[in-house]
Design a protein around this ligand. Structure first.
Ligand code: ADP
Length: 282
């Protein structure tokens, strides 16, 4: 498998070979890896070493949608079913804010206004996360990244491309309603909605918090930012986009996403089996 693009920290080159001093074993193309869910039942144990170029490529998924379109919920379902590491740009930024890092301080001033955080912070943050051992091992589900043409181009130029780009569509009216009523339980990390998914008891209700950017005024600006950038991002992934209606119940939305991912997995696996078989017979 080729490096995911974090050239400053990862010893693997984009063609899958290693640079002279492979200090980290996490990126080795020949290390023994835990087979993710997707290939678990189907992988045939090979007795000979397969060249890196012939190894099964792992599933890679991107998901995009307006604020409160339900990406977080769907990502949880997808990550659980396909064993992918869920990387949410917004969560990574909030974690930076929480630890009080310099990047976090800068990011907060943009997030408070509903603006995109500059690429200098976000691109590096995502690339570094993609190079972590858990992601190398299990592959990724990118949520809320890329959000602009420059972010998509940064990935493309590092050879990082998903197999499928899921676009969750939800009506604007519902989005605003969902954002304004959204609350977080800081103890369990669970997301509630005051009306549609209220807390189970008074104790939980009393400790719920609201995200600093979840006000009506800020969400309107975030929506504007989202729409301004969407078309240029879609252009990059136009051949692999699957549009999903996010207005239905979460289980129904997931069924639609799951069917789309399954189709991609089948196609990917077929292509890979053919190329391995062709390679073996040569
Ligand atoms: N890829 C990104 N590029 C720049 N800024 C981002 C990116 N992802 C998240 N952010 C910042 O974090 C904020 C919150 O993002 P997120 O948690 O994904 O919520 P939402 O999608 O509901 O706006 C965004 O409004 C933006 O300021």
């Amino acid at each position: 498998m080729a490096c995911l693009g974090c050239f400053s920290v990862c010893p693997m080159k984009r063609d899958g070979s290693l640079s002279p001093s492979p200090s980290s074993s996490s990126c080795s193309p020949f290390r023994i890896r835990r087979t993710p869910f997707l290939f678990r039942k189907r992988v045939v144990v090979q007795s000979t070493l397969i060249p890196a170029s012939k190894k099964p490529e792992l599933l890679k998924v991107m998901i995009s949608g307006a604020p409160a379109s339900g990406k977080g919920t769907q990502c949880e379902f997808i990550a659980n079913k396909y064993g992918l590491v869920h990387i949410a740009a917004g969560d990574l930024l909030r974690a930076e804010i929480k630890v009080g890092s310099e990047n976090g301080k800068q990011a907060k001033s943009y997030m408070e206004k509903g603006k995109l955080v500059p690429d200098e912070i976000v691109v590096t943050m995502i690339k570094e996360r993609l190079c972590q051992p858990d992601v190398q091992e299990n592959s990724w589900l990118l949520d809320g990244y890329p959000r602009s043409l420059s972010q998509a181009t940064a990935l493309e130029s590092s050879g990082i491309r998903p197999d499928i780009f899921i676009l969750l569509n939800v009506s604007e009216e519902s989005l605003i309603e969902r954002v304004v009523g959204r609350r977080l339980d800081p103890v369990t990390g669970r997301i509630y909605h005051l009306e549609y998914s209220p807390p189970e008891n008074e104790e939980i209700a009393a400790r719920l918090t609201q995200r600093f950017d979840d006000t009506e005024e800020k969400v309107k600006f975030r929506l504007q930012t989202y729409h301004q950038n969407l078309e240029s991002v879609l252009e990059v992934y136009k051949n692999i986009i699957v549009k999903v209606n996010g207005n239905s119940a979460k289980e129904k939305v997931f069924n639609e996403i799951d069917a789309a991912i399954t189709a991609v997995v089948e196609k990917k696996y077929k292509a890979q089996s053919t190329s391995v078989a062709t390679g073996a017979s040569q």
